[in-house]
Write a protein that binds this ligand. Structure first.
Ligand SMILES: NC(=O)c1ccc[n+]([C@@H]2O[C@H](COP(=O)([O-])OP(=O)(O)OC[C@H]3O[C@@H](n4cnc5c(N)ncnc54)[C@H](O)[C@@H]3O)[C@@H](O)[C@H]2O)c1
Length: 339
């Protein structure tokens, strides 16, 4: 990349987007960043805190407070000529039941970005989700999910991400048929992301965050019976690293998993949180409760990323072992609260 690159980041006031902006500024202090967010679930404070945490400096880029679906992307990209667009903006509340709103926002907000990036030959990395898998057969056998196992999402959020991927696949096929090289577009199926910057996500925050807050509030960690549900937990800086690797000229276009490659049971998350807070299983014993039937219908009991494709195509592997990273993160949250 040139010395002073330019990047567009949508969803930049959100959890992962703000960490991505912070890391971009850490790596490329001279870069020009155009952050875009309509603040429906993000906050300026995420961006301020991420820049301070990762660069010990203030955010020095531009900001467009706008819905990605309303912007004139061809003009924006022609004017800016960014080195990459990172599209992370989305309705991220997986319990939203308004199917039309979810699809309009997540899919129609993506299409113009995809088309404009392809037309201007701008590398595009966008956030898909493990939600595209629903509950595949591999989950019954507690096996990692290969990319080919997706397509039966359990909720409209996962379906919206699947539709984004369909739009991407269709553009890639058109290029193949036309005999032109595939555009640099990479979709990343993030699994369960945790780490600094998620404190404003409310009910959508990670389990590690919620259990930590329950103990710090003087309560007990609460889990659905029997706590042996397991999901692929991945630290946010691994996700940022993967997202940046996907924009590199060496990356192979496509849709890939982005997780740690190991399931972590909810009981193990509670143990890691207690370890990080110096709490004992006796004093902060887990309280189990039954999963409400309306949640049961679309609940993923098990997720695990098969990372072989991502490793080959992106030259990326995660570095933060989840149980250790969760313990460190809980300790960090406790310190942040006591300040
Ligand atoms: N956090 C996870 O565990 C996880 C897992 C899988 C996928 N993802 C995906 O990663 C991306 C980032 O997630 P996050 O956890 O940082 O969520 P987040 O809610 O913290 O961030 C999303 C940001 O996008 C903004 N936004 C939403 N719709 C917009 C629109 N139409 N125009 C402009 N801004 C808009 C929100 O205001 C928010 O700041 C999302 O696409 C999400 O679906 C996250």
């Amino acid at each position: 990349m040139p010395d002073a690159p330019c990047f567009v980041v949508t969803g930049a006031a959100g959890f992962i987007g703000s960490n991505l902006v912070g890391e971009l500024l850490r790596r490329f202090p001279e870069s020009r960043i155009i952050a875009i967010d309509d603040f429906r679930s993000g906050s300026f404070a995420n961006l301020v805190e991420a820049c301070d945490r990762l660069t010990h400096a203030s955010y020095n880029g531009d900001f467009l407070a706008a819905d990605t679906g309303t912007l004139d992307w061809p003009t924006l990209l022609e004017d800016l000529k960014p080195d990459a667009v990172f599209h992370l903006a989305a309705i991220t509340d997986t319990t939203v039941a308004d199917e039309r709103a979810m699809i309009e926002s997540n899919v129609e907000g993506f299409r113009p970005i995809l088309v404009a990036c392809v037309e201007t030959e701008t590398p595009l990395v966008y956030a898909s989700s493990a939600g595209t898998y629903g509950s595949p057969r591999e989950g019954d056998d507690r096996e990692p999910f290969p990319e080919t196992a997706a397509g039966q999402p359990n909720n409209v959020y996962g379906f919206s991400k699947w539709l984004m991927e369909n739009a991407h696949r269709s553009v890639a096929e058109d290029c193949l048929e036309a005999g032109v090289s595939e555009p640099h577009v990479v979709g990343l199926r993030y699994f369960n992301v945790f780490g600094p910057g998620e404190s404003r996500k409310g009910p959508m925050a990670s389990l590690a965050f919620k259990l930590t807050q329950q103990i710090l509030d003087g309560g007990r960690p609460r889990l659905f019976t029997d706590g042996e549900q397991a999901r692929d937990q991945v630290f946010v800086m691994d996700v940022v690293e993967c997202t940046l690797a996907a924009a590199s000229p060496e990356a192979t276009p496509g849709v890939y998993n982005c997780g740690y490659g190991t399931p972590t049971s909810f009981n193990d998350i509670a143990d890691a949180v207690r370890a990080g807070l110096g709490a004992t299983a006796k004093d902060s014993a887990t309280e189990y409760f039954e999963m409400p039937p309306e949640i049961r219908a679309f609940y993923q009991d098990f997720t695990c990323a098969d990372l072989s494709e991502a490793t080959n195509a992106l030259g990326w592997s995660p570095r933060f072992e989840p149980k250790k990273a969760i313990a460190d993160y809980s300790a960090y949250l406790a310190t942040a609260r006591s300040r």
